[in-house]
Design a protein around this ligand. Structure first.
Ligand SMILES: [Zn+2]
Length: 126
């Protein structure tokens, strides 16, 4: 083989190798992309399942509280009772802070100066 024939063959091989390397690189990149997509999908599925469990725990807890709200067996139940009382007191303070008063009949917030409750129609003495 002449020098140029050898050079041509060498360059041809090098080009072929480069194309093979390029294909391998592309396959690895596609595999990596698929792995990332699989990981993202799995994370989303786990997160969705965790959200569903949290929602069910909350619903179960509310039902359990309603069925056992007078019980002293669980400290969480008395803590919830106390918190609900605090919330009611804070809501009353908020109503006053916003210039409202409470309907003596139904407990709905009534604008100060109103003569009647807009919810139940009861007369409101100010
Ligand atoms: Zn009322």
């Amino acid at each position: 083989m002449s020098f140029f024939e050898n050079l041509g063959a060498t360059l041809g091989n090098a080009a072929g190798n480069a194309i093979e390397k390029g294909k391998e690189f592309k396959d690895v990149a596609l595999d990596k992309g698929k792995e990332f997509k699989d990981v993202a999908t799995l994370k989303t599925q786990i997160s969705t399942a965790q959200s569903n469990v949290a929602k069910l725990y909350k619903e179960l807890g509310e039902k359990f509280f309603e069925d056992n709200k007078d019980s002293d067996t669980y400290p969480e139940i008395s803590a919830i009772r106390d918190a609900l009382v605090s919330i009611k007191e804070l809501e009353d303070k908020l109503m006053i802070a916003q210039g409202m008063t409470k309907c003596p009949t139904c407990g709905a917030p009534v604008e100060k100066g109103s003569q009647f409750c807009s919810k139940c129609g009861a007369s409101v003495e100010q």
